[in-house]
Design a protein around this ligand. Structure first.
Ligand SMILES: Cc1cc2nc3c(=O)[nH]c(=O)nc-3n(C[C@H](O)[C@H](O)[C@H](O)COP(=O)(O)OP(=O)(O)OC[C@H]3O[C@@H](n4cnc5c(N)ncnc54)[C@H](O)[C@@H]3O)c2cc1C
Length: 487
């Protein structure tokens, strides 16, 4: 079993340059996932100089770890949005997701991208009485605006009390999609890998993005980095929470033509993937990041459940996390005259990432976009109790990391030590070499937990991840946790 996503294993990665000098541009896009590349794609034919940078390799983040579904049947989100706002808002969100699917298909077909796009029926389903009500309510919202049909089963033998089926939805390989776009635009857009933006500073009419080996002066900046590391005074950490899930891909003989996700507390997401071999991909154990601190145990529980349900021959196992908003809709748009952001996809960033690219490019080109207002990051989200809940959760997770920093699941090869009042994390590798790092996330000072699956130090509050030598590999932190050697 490989400890990586099936998508990451499916492309030979191109190598893009690392920035080594100062440059300037009209638009700097920070982040090379589906959001960053969709934005770059929609801007490629303008006379603007566009630069896209990724702090690591392109498309190694959440996009590479998703289930790759392009669907508007997104659990019970439509009902939740209707309950917070009204039916019109919920229908507008539905229409935005349909538009995103149309755009995805258009990009793929016009550029002949080989990304295993496949038309499949998609389902939401339930095995509970409360779930039946959610399915029926979703049906009521979309029945006049889609060809969705109520059913009592799924095309697979699995306990199901009610389902909702639609047939104008797709699945694809998200990493091949992003690499395909990169290939299409690479002569018109400057792409840099291993170029992490540490901070952004305003100088006259320009924003200066500082990286290790060079600065980028940009007239406009798009934060497409999943978690916008540039936070204050917009308080995004206090308006969002993070959810993590575990995924597996198992080889099977016969792949089916559908994808599904339930609306129950114990989440189960299903899809198939046909390439040279055939796979079933499952995701489960969706929970707030703070409840997933003991990663190895959670992962094993999730794998055990999925194996016993549907998936005996596991070839890949990985995890992913996404940013949740209180009103279940993304934050996409302008936050200042020259600063744009896209995040908070509530685990539906394949559609929302592509749509964000379109919205932001329209805003940059001063064109109208019918969804810009809906996703405005400065909107007044109406779900105050949820925002309070997020903050209690965030506060708890911060305190928990401090109280429980020496978690009892550490084995002999991982230690937390305190020296002169400072906490360090130590990992001893297979060759008995000691790797010592600071045990505090530079982002918001949470203490870090060791993740045995990926051999990384992870932040249980906001999802930053560092390798055993302290190099940051996943934000929001922009800084390493290395100990500087003194002579
Ligand atoms: C279990 C699970 C399953 C999912 N399945 C689906 C699905 O089937 N369909 C769907 O629609 N959505 C799905 N999603 C949601 C989707 O995966 C995400 O919403 C989406 O991938 C986010 O894309 P992104 O481009 O914003 O972020 P990312 O793909 O994470 O890209 C951000 C990039 O920014 C870079 N970066 C970060 N900080 C910096 C910095 N300081 N400087 C430079 N670069 C930086 C990172 O290296 C990264 O490459 C799923 C989510 C989860 C958790």
């Amino acid at each position: 079993m490989k400890d990586k996503s099936i998508w990451s294993d499916s492309v030979t990665k191109n190598k893009y340059r690392t920035l080594k000098e100062n440059i300037s541009c009209d638009v700097l896009i920070i982040g090379g996932g589906i959001t960053g590349f969709s934005t770059a794609y929609f801007l490629q034919n303008t006379d603007k100089k566009i630069v896209l940078v990724d702090g690591y390799k392109i498309c190694h983040g959440t996009t590479a770890k998703s289930t790759g579904k392009l669907t508007y049947l997104q659990e019970d989100l439509l009902e939740k949005i209707k309950n917070i706002y009204d039916e019109d808002t919920s229908l507008k969100y539905l229409s935005s997701q349909k538009e995103a699917i149309r755009l995805a298909k258009k990009i793929i077909l016009e550029n002949d991208l080989k990304c295993n796009l496949e038309s499949v029926n998609s389902y939401i389903f339930t095995d509970s009485i409360s779930g039946k009500k959610k399915i029926k309510n979703t049906y009521q919202i979309i029945k006049d605006n889609s060809n969705a049909k109520l059913k009592d089963s799924l095309p697979i033998k699995i306990s199901c009390k009610k389902s909702l089926e639609t047939n104008d939805t797709f699945v694809f390989n998200p990493v091949k999609f992003v690499y395909g776009i990169a290939d299409v635009i690479k002569d018109r857009i400057e792409i840099y890998e291993n170029t992490r933006v540490m901070n952004i500073e305003k100088k006259g009419d320009y924003l200066i993005a500082h990286t290790k080996n060079g600065n980028i002066s940009a007239k406009k900046i798009v934060l497409a980095c999943h978690y916008p590391f540039f936070l204050i005074p917009y308080f995004f950490p206090f308006k969002t929470s993070i959810e993590k899930s575990f995924l597996v891909a198992s080889e099977i003989k016969q792949a089916k033509d559908f994808s599904a996700i339930n609306v129950d507390k114990d989440v189960l997401s299903i899809r198939y993937y046909k390439d040279k071999k055939k796979y079933i991909i499952l995701a489960s154990e969706s929970a707030s990041l703070v409840n997933n601190v003991n990663d190895l145990q959670k992962r094993d529980e999730a794998i055990w459940k999925m194996r016993s349900k549907l998936s005996p021959d596991i070839k890949y196992a990985w995890s992913n996390h996404d940013i949740m908003t209180s009103d279940h809709m993304p934050f996409v748009g302008k936050i200042k005259d020259n600063l744009f952001m896209a995040t908070g996809y509530n685990t539906w960033g394949m559609t929302n990432g592509i749509l964000a690219g379109k919205i932001i490019s329209d805003l940059l080109l001063e064109r109208d976009n019918p969804y810009a207002k809906l996703f405005d990051p400065l909107r007044n989200e109406k779900n105050v109790p949820k925002i309070i809940g997020f903050n209690l959760e965030n506060g708890y997770s911060f305190i928990d990391t401090k109280i429980n920093r020496k978690r009892n699941f550490y084995r002999d090869d991982v230690k937390i030590v305190k020296e002169d009042g400072i906490y360090y994390g130590i990992y001893i590798d297979e060759n008995k070499k000691e790797h010592k790092v600071f045990n505090k996330c530079p982002h918001m000072k949470c203490s870090l937990s060791f993740n045995y699956q990926t051999k990384t130090w992870d932040c249980p509050c906001h999802g930053s991840s560092f390798d055993i030598d302290g190099n940051v590999i996943f934000g929001p932190s922009t800084h390493d946790i290395k100990i500087k050697k003194t002579n």
